[in-house]
Ligand binder design. Structure first.
Ligand code: HEM
Length: 160
């Protein structure tokens, strides 16, 4: 496999990663959390959430690493580090920001702080906990969707 083929493979892996990861975030935000909020039994709500989101977080961790590695490989191969200094490439900044936030949440904040914090809050005040959780997911999903649209348009020549 030559260098260019490796670059094409990185691009394909990058997009596959984005589909699995942001698609999962969309499902959790638009389907899972609203369905859980409608559940009357608060204990079951928390148990189900921890079980299902826990499985997704495992997949998301692997996919985030692959997407990031493939992304940085492309930046190096295309030699486009200078884009980080050009505001018209805001979608490069946004992609990288979204990746950084998810990496921090999945690898540092969730295991160290968020899991315990959310569990405690949901035990005391389930409605409030799930409302905050839903809001956070909506913010992250919105940023991700803007990054996807900006990145596809921008990397295919659209000048912002
Ligand atoms: C470490 C973080 C990331 C880096 C370094 C990175 C880097 C890149 C690079 C270099 C490209 C190709 C640009 C071009 O051809 O001009 C690209 C494309 C793309 N990226 Fe990222 N990316 C990152 C994270 C993300 C995230 C988090 C998303 C989704 C929210 C994303 C979505 C996309 C999409 C949809 C494309 C366009 C693919 C295409 O249409 O061919 N990237 N990325």
């Amino acid at each position: 496999m030559d260098e260019f083929e490796l670059f094409v493979l990185a691009r394909a892996l990058h997009v596959l990663g984005v589909v699995l990861w942001i698609g999962g975030v969309a499902f959790v935000t638009l389907v899972l959390i609203p369905a859980l909020i409608k559940l009357a039994d608060k204990e079951q709500r928390l148990n189900l959430f921890e079980q299902l989101e826990g499985r997704f977080a495992f997949q998301a961790r692997i996919v985030t690493v692959i997407t990031g590695l493939a992304g940085f490989y492309m930046v190096e191969f295309m030699d486009i580090w200078h884009r980080y200094q050009q505001p018209e490439y805001w979608w490069m900044h946004l992609m990288t920001l979204v990746w950084t936030i998810f990496t921090l949440v999945l690898f540092v904040l969730e295991p160290l702080v968020l899991h315990r914090y959310f569990h405690n809050l949901a035990t005391k005040n389930s409605e409030r906990a799930f409302k905050i959780l839903h809001r956070m997911h909506k913010i992250l999903l919105s940023l991700s969707v803007i990054a996807v649209v900006g990145a596809v348009a921008g990397s295919h020549g659209f000048q912002f």
